[in-house]
Design a protein around this ligand. Structure first.
Ligand code: BGC
Length: 530
C-alpha cells in the first residue's frame, strides 16, 4: 500500500502556528517546537501553506519569488532543518505550489508590464481588450468584477482568475512550463515529500470554453507527474481542483496525473446531512463518484484555510447551507461560509466528533485543519478568510502561548471570546482532560491507522435504515468493518446485520456486541465484524 493511503494529513499555516522568534508571526523555528505535538497527535504528513517571499495579499498564494522563503518565516536553512526534523520523527511534509499565477510583485510580472515587447511579456496572458474568455466564471466574486485587469502603463489587459494582484501565468509559453518544472525540482531537492498543487483547473485559456479542465492542462499535469515519478519516487502530488466528480476523475489520469485529489463535493454534503438529519446527500455524491485508478486516493476534509466552499452544490442546497450555517451575512464569503468547524457545530462536541468519525471512516485520506482538533473558533470581523487563520491556541497564557511578543504585534488577534477563547480552548487544557475533543480526535487517528481496511476497503451502504442513520461497511477480502452514525438529536436502536460478532475498535477488550445497539443522539460506533 502507498504511504499516503493510510496517512493522516494536517494542514497548517506557518504564520498562524507558532512564533519562534517573538515577532508576532509564526515561523519555521516555531513549527519545529511543535513537531513533538504533531507526532503525538498521530500526524503523518504536514501540508504547509505557501512560505515563499510574497507581499501576502493572498496569504502567500501570491508568490514574488519561487526560490526563497519569506523572511518573516525564516531562511532556507531553517526550512532544511525543519524538513530534517520532520523526517527524523517519521513524518513527511508537502507544501503548496501555486502554479497558476504569481504575485504582481514577481520580477517576471514587473518586467512584463514594463513594455509590450519586454522579455517576460509572454509569461502572462495579455489582450488589447477584455472581451476574451467571457465564459470563465469569477472566483473571488466578492472582490473582483472581471478576470481582466487593465494595465495603464502598456494599455493592455492581463488575465487573472483570482485577485488582480495575482496575474495568471501563460501556460502556452513553453518557458513558463519549463520554469515551473524547475521550481518543483528545486523544492523536491530541498527535501519535500510532494506538493499540494494549487488551483490546477485554470492553467490554460481557450476561447469558447469556461477555461477549466482543458486537455492542455491535463497534458502539463502529466508532464509534472512524470518528472516527479522519475526523479522522486514515493513523492505525492495532491491536486486542488474544486470540481464535480466527473470533472475531478480526469485529474487522476491513468495513474499518471495526481496521486491524490481533494473530493470537494463530498465536504459540504457532510454538513448538509447533519443539518437535515438525512444521509442521502452523502450517499448520492459518493454513488455518483466513479472509481479511481489503483494507486490514486481521494483527500477528504471538513474545513481548510478557505471559506467552506458551496460551489459544488445546487443553488437550492447553497441557500439551505447559507441559511442554516451562516445566518449572519458576515459569515458568508464568495460562494461559501467563512467559519470554522466548531462554531458550525455550535460547539457541540458530539457533533464535532461525529463529523470527524465520518471523515475517518468514509473513503479518502483525512486532511485535518490546524486548530480544529481542539475546536477553535473564528473571527468574522477579520478581512476575507483571515477569521479562520488566527493564531493556534496552545495555552491559556498570554497570546495563547503562540508568541511571546506584545499582543499588539501579533499578525492577527487571538480568539478571545468566552466560548472559543484561548483561555478555555487550548492544547494544554485538552491534553490534561481525558475526555477532551483533542483526545478523542487523537484516538480516532490512531484507531484509523491501525485499520488499513479504512484506507482500502470497498464502501457498501446499509440502506434499509431510517434517513438519519449513516451506516456503511468497508470491506476487503476476508475483513469487514462497520461504521454507524446517528445524524439526529434522538437516540435510536439499530439491529446489526446478522451472521457476525462485532468488536468495538475503540474498546477491543470489551465483550463482543451482538445484535442490537443503541446509538445516542449524534452517536457513532466503529465495529469489526467476524
Ligand atoms: C487557495 C486559496 C487561494 C487561491 C489562489 C486557492 O484555491 O486555496 O487560498 O486564495 O487558490 O491562489
Amino acid at each position: 500500500m502507498n504511504w499516503y493511503s493510510n496517512a493522516i494529513f494536517y494542514e497548517l499555516y506557518l504564520r498562524a502556528y507558532a512564533d519562534g522568534n517573538g515577532d508576532g508571526h509564526g515561523d519555521f523555528a516555531g513549527l519545529r517546537q511543535k513537531l513533538d505535538y504533531l507526532q503525538w497527535l498521530g500526524v503523518d504528513c504536514i501540508w504547509l501553506l505557501p512560505y515563499y517571499p510574497s507581499p501576502l495579499r493572498d496569504d502567500g498564494y501570491d508568490i514574488a519569488s519561487f526560490f526563497g522563503i519569506n523572511p518573516t518565516f525564516g531562511f532556507l536553512e531553517d526550512f532544511r532543518i525543519t524538513v530534517e526534523e520532520i523526517h527524523r520523527r517519521g513524518m513527511r511534509i508537502i507544501a503548496d505550489m501555486v502554479v497558476n499565477h504569481t504575485s504582481d510583485q514577481h520580477p517576471w510580472f514587473i518586467e512584463a508590464r514594463r513594455s509590450k515587447d519586454s522579455a517576460t511579456r509572454d509569461y502572462y496572458v495579455w489582450s488589447p481588450n477584455d472581451d476574451l474568455y467571457r465564459e470563465a466564471r469569477i472566483i473571488f466574486l466578492d472582490t473582483e468584477t472581471s478576470n481582466w485587469a487593465y494595465d495603464e502603463h502598456t494599455g493592455e489587459y492581463y488575465w487573472h482568475r483570482f485577485y488582480r494582484s495575482q496575474p495568471d501565468l501563460n501556460y502556452d509559453n513553453p518557458k513558463v512550463r519549463a520554469a515551473m518544472l524547475e521550481i518543483v525540482q528545486f523544492w523536491m531537492d530541498m527535501g519535500l515529500d510532494g506538493f499540494r498543487v494549487d488551483a490546477v483547473p485554470y492553467l490554460f485559456e481557450r476561447e469558447g470554453t469556461n477555461c477549466e479542465n482543458l486537455p492542455e492542462t491535463h497534458g502539463f499535469l502529466r508532464e509534472l507527474r512524470q518528472v516527479v515519478d522519475e526523479r522522486y519516487p514515493g513523492a505525492v502530488l495532491l491536486g486542488e481542483a474544486n470540481q464535480w466528480p466527473q470533472d475531478l476523475i480526469p485529474y487522476f489520469g491513468d495513474d499518471d496525473e495526481f496521486h491524490m485529489c481533494f473530493h470537494f463535493p463530498v465536504m459540504p454534503r457532510l454538513y448538509m446531512a447533519l443539518a437535515r438529519q438525512d444521509r442521502s446527500s452523502v450517499v448520492d455524491i459518493l454513488e455518483q463518484t466513479p472509481p479511481i485508478p489503483p494507486n490514486a486516493q481521494w483527500a477528504t476534509f471538513l474545513r481548510n484555510h478557505d471559506e467552506l466552499t458551496l460551489e459544488m452544490v445546487t443553488e437550492e442546497d447553497r441557500q439551505f447551507m447559507w441559511e442554516y450555517y451562516a445566518p449572519d451575512p458576515k459569515q458568508r464569503l464568495n460562494l461559501g461560509i467563512r467559519r470554522r468547524l466548531a462554531p458550525l457545530m455550535e460547539n457541540d462536541q458530539r457533533k464535532i466528533e461525529l463529523m470527524h468519525s465520518m471523515l475517518f471512516t468514509l473513503p479518502g485520506v483525512p486532511v485535518l485543519y490546524y486548530g480544529d482538533e481542539i475546536g477553535m473558533g473564528d473571527n468574522v470581523e477579520l478581512f476575507d478568510r483571515n477569521g479562520v487563520r488566527t493564531p493556534m491556541q496552545w495555552t491559556p497564557g498570554e497570546n495563547a502561548g503562540f508568541s511571546q511578543t506584545h499582543p499588539s504585534n501579533l499578525y492577527a488577534p487571538v480568539i478571545n471570546d468566552p466560548i472559543y477563547g484561548y483561555k478555555t480552548v487550548n492544547v494544554l487544557n485538552q491534553q490534561a482532560a481525558r475526555d477532551s475533543l483533542l483526545h478523542r480526535v487523537r484516538q480516532m487517528i490512531s484507531t484509523r491507522k491501525s485499520l488499513p481496511i479504512l484506507a482500502q476497503g470497498r464502501l457498501e451502504w446499509l440502506d434499509e435504515l431510517p434517513p438519519e442513520a449513516l451506516c456503511f461497511w468497508r470491506t476487503t477480502v476476508g475483513e469487514r468493518f462497520l461504521a454507524l452514525h446517528n445524524l439526529s438529536d434522538e437516540p435510536f436502536d439499530l439491529y446489526l446485520p446478522p451472521g457476525y460478532t462485532y468488536t468495538d475498535t475503540f474498546n477491543p477488550e470489551a465483550d463482543p456486541i451482538d445484535h442490537t445497539i443503541t446509538l445516542p443522539a449524534y452517536g457513532y460506533r466503529w465495529l469489526m465484524a467476524e
